[in-house]
Design a protein around this ligand. Structure first.
Ligand code: XLS
Ligand code: MG
Length: 346
């Protein structure tokens, strides 16, 4: 039997968020990068994930050479702290150039911008010592179905992925699906879509996926099934655990906060497929509740990690023999209760 996985944890600077939402301003003061780095270490996280402009702030105002210089400096800084850069993601949904999407924009110039910026992200990742590029395809979709062609958009997405694969022979592209928000409909809504589009690219082996629990739930799916499916292809290269109370706006709640059983089943899926054995990190893409006081700024991260580790224990101590006997007897009533009793504990 393989040794139990020692999970390693990761978080992004955006997860120390200040409470702003579309209806109101921030509720906590912004923290500096140094503060976040120190906090991450104190919480026992070993890696940080970055958007291109987290790694190099105000990236749009800087020359290519300056961007690489700052990425190099960041790498030194991280090395000094013993923190790994897990991935870099192009933030393609903020810039005025990507108002109509990046890779699938109807404007050729804007598509060019999106591809160039993605190539630059790969260059930054190389400087930071990671080959992992995360693509959350935020605005690659439509507000209005008739405004874009799904067939053409699929072609454009493949073109963009191919341009990135060609730019760097080592880079691995990790698609993070989400079915909606900010768009009405997104073009790569599920893991199945992500893995299918990989097959159309020039190097399918280097196109994989990242699952975010809340995004699967928003697609009406069970994230545990998405994990099992991606891992059957050997293509779950990163993970954003969090929680989501039904089909609403993206909530990024602490892991297990809305549905402990769904969280438990995600952990079981990770355990049975050996997630983490090839060095993959468990990231928590969670945000503090808007009402969170400044002195409780880090609780959502610490609590997500605590819950995750408790659920690992629960997965490892699950009474498998008893469950197997109930399954063989098709006694799913008692199987259901066995799970509940196990989660509630004595
Ligand atoms: C949004 C995503 C985003 C990606 C990285 O929901 O979590 O932050 O993880 O671009
Ligand atoms: Mg995410």
């Amino acid at each position: 039997m393989a040794k139990p996985t020692q999970y390693r944890f990761c978080v992004g600077p955006w997860n120390f968020s200040e409470g702003g939402d579309p209806y109101g301003p921030t509720t906590r003061p912004a923290k500096t990068f140094d503060w976040k780095l120190a906090a991450l270490k104190e919480l026992g996280f070993e890696a940080m994930m970055f958007h291109d402009d987290d790694a190099v702030p105000e990236i749009g105002t800087k020359s290519a050479a300056q961007v690489l210089k700052e990425a190099k400096e960041l790498k030194k800084r991280l090395d000094g702290e013993g923190i790994v850069a897990e991935m870099v993601a192009p933030r393609l949904w903020f810039a005025p150039e990507t108002i109509d999407g990046g890779y699938t924009s109807n404007d050729k110039k804007q598509r060019r911008y999106a591809i160039d910026r993605s190539k630059q992200t790969i260059d930054i990742a190389r400087e930071l010592g990671t080959d992992l590029i995360v693509l959350w395809l935020a605005r690659e979709g439509t507000y209005l179905r008739e405004s874009k062609s799904g067939a053409r958009s699929t072609e454009l997405l493949v073109e963009a992925l191919d341009a990135m694969l060609k730019h760097d022979k080592q880079a691995r592209l990790c698609i993070e699906p989400k079915p909606n928000e900010p768009m009405d409909h997104a073009y790569i809504p599920t893991i199945g879509h992500a893995l299918a589009i990989a097959q159309l690219t020039r190097d399918p082996k280097r196109v994989g996926a990242l699952i975010e629990s809340a995004h699967s739930i928003l697609a009406g799916l069970d994230p545990a099934d998405e994990i099992d499916f991606a891992m059957s292809f050997g293509k779950l290269w990163s993970l954003h655990l969090n929680d989501q109370n039904g089909l609403k706006f993206d909530q990024d709640k602490p892991f297990g906060s809305a549905n402990l059983r769904v969280a438990f089943n995600q952990v079981r899926a990770l355990e049975r497929n050996g997630y983490g054995r090839k060095g993959e990190y468990v990231a928590f893409d969670v945000h503090p509740f808007r009402t969170t006081r400044e002195e409780h700024f880090l609780k959502h991260l610490d609590n997500s990690k605590k819950t995750f580790l408790r659920l690992v224990e629960k997965a490892r101590s699950f009474p498998t023999k008893e469950a197997d006997a109930l399954i063989a007897d098709r006694n799913y009533q008692d199987l259901d209760q066995l799970v509940l009793e196990h989660l509630m504990g004595k």
